[in-house]
Design a protein around this ligand. Structure first.
Ligand SMILES: [Fe+2]
Length: 223
């Protein structure tokens, strides 16, 4: 039985934005809902599909699409069950994610850097942030940013897994640093005492996101 923690309960907000901590390695998943159209988007669905579907039902929504920050199993292991049940679901994944990190889905759509998606009645821009995986992406709808395993509160993604690259991740974090400091980001794991933070705070407290020369970053994260 998975431990499930609901960190946000913004049910009166528009859009609906829920963050769930599910599974054995503290994955953070997201539900974005649009009460006007009754549609729901799941970001990185994994570990407990019945629970996620019950949440969607709780808000009287219909699941129409899935956004994937990257293809690691702990972020996509809910896909087979979801597409078996809803074969027409649109599943969005970065175009550079290799085959071994690409889940099977009848309606898999590859995003490019800058692709604009819609969820919760607002636009979400795909910002490619490779390094943790080749096809990693963040979803940005100012002032909110979903970062997957690119940036954690006071940490960043590993680069030692197949397809990872520390120099590339350094460049991706530099891109995120150009977003406004008051951007609130929502990571792919809960590895800290907080489950979200602003980019401005992370420039102070995160050893990987501070003003850090590339060689120091590589010393810390691997060459
Ligand atoms: Fe990952």
């Amino acid at each position: 039985m998975n431990m499930i923690t609901i960190h946000h309960n913004l049910k009166n907000s528009n859009p609906i934005f829920q963050q769930y901590e599910i599974g054995p390695i503290q994955n953070l998943l997201y539900l974005i809902g649009d009460p006007k159209t009754g549609t729901a988007t799941l970001v990185d669905p994994a570990w407990d599909v019945p629970f996620l579907l019950s949440e969607i039902q709780k808000f009287n929504l219909t699941l129409t699409q899935i956004f994937l920050t990257h293809g690691h199993p702990d972020h996509v292991n809910g896909i087979p069950e979801l597409v078996a049940r809803y074969p027409h679901l649109s599943v969005y994944l970065g175009e550079n994610e290799p085959d071994f990190l690409t889940p099977t889905a009848p309606n898999l759509i590859r995003t490019t850097n800058g692709t604009v998606l819609h969820a919760g009645g607002v636009e979400w821009t795909c910002i490619f942030t490779p390094g943790h995986t080749p096809g990693g992406q963040c979803f940005y709808s100012a002032p909110h940013l979903i970062t997957g395993d690119t940036l954690f509160v006071n940490g960043c993604g590993r680069c030692d897994l197949p397809g990872g690259d520390a120099e590339t991740l350094f460049s991706s974090l530099e891109i995120l640093k150009t977003l406004p400091d008051d951007t609130t980001f929502y990571p792919g794991h809960s590895y800290s005492d907080r489950v979200s933070d602003t980019l401005g705070n992370q420039k102070i407290t995160n050893p990987y996101f501070r003003d850090l020369p590339k060689n120091k970053f590589l010393d810390r994260r691997g060459r």
